[in-house]
Design a protein around this ligand. Sequence first.
Ligand code: NAI
Length: 256
Amino acid sequence: MQIDLSGRVVLVTGAGRGIGRTIAQTFHREGAHVVALDLDAGALAELREESLADLALTCDITDPAQVREAIARVDETFGRLDVLINNAGINAEGPLESFDPGLWDRVFAVNVRGVLNTCQAVIPLMKRQGAGRIINAASFAAVIPSVDAAAYGASKAAVVQMTRVLASELGPWGITVNAYAPGMIPTAMNGFSALDDAAASTKLDQLSIRRWGLPEDVANLCLFLASDLSDYITGALLHVSGGKFATQDPGAAARV
Ligand code: NAI
């Protein structure tokens, strides 16, 4: 059996750059109709120029009215929505003792409320179809958070719990809901590509497969979760992290 997504309508939030852009590109290559959402109108214009999105809509996912409007456009254009990939997310760092409460709210507005907004907007369409896939970007930080990143870790843990609850609530309508935890993928969000060799080596010691993750690694998991091959998987948190901290010290294997 092949993964066949031709004709499926797939919406990717945060598709303007980074992992989301690669997800959009990958689904486009597999024949899906791609709907790209992002805050960044310039990045969406590039997607349009490269014909990577069938519909590219500037949308702030923290605003429920903008999200509802975007989903209404999808419904008008395609009459359906098969897959929602909640990829958009932000990070903000600093010690909790002095963490700016406004920044805390912003992280939760994008990472948690944004996911709620898109889910609430698409669920009526998916229930009408009696089928659908919701795929949420969580993070390894939902499992083991980093120092100075409590807002991010807590917000991604919330995404995991929302995923589990939604999976049960939507199961009777044939809708699956899963989350994934990427490990370390150098993008604009993190400074991994700027690390010196020693710092990079320390980071890579956390992994069983000793290389940085690629956006394609995440996109391939999304393809699987969007396909009929994953029919019986729901409420799961799938790691796509090269075995990050699969053991206490994965780097020990490379040192023997
Ligand atoms: P990125 O920062 O490169 O891209 C995020 C995209 O989301 C940008 O295009 C941005 O404009 C868009 N966005 C941000 N706020 C938005 C809003 N309110 N409305 C609409 N769009 C908005 O991030 P990256 O690295 O590609 O990460 C993608 C997802 O994967 C995020 O949810 C992130 O938390 C998660 N992730 C990434 C990891 C990594 O190693 N890069 C590790 C773990 C999780």
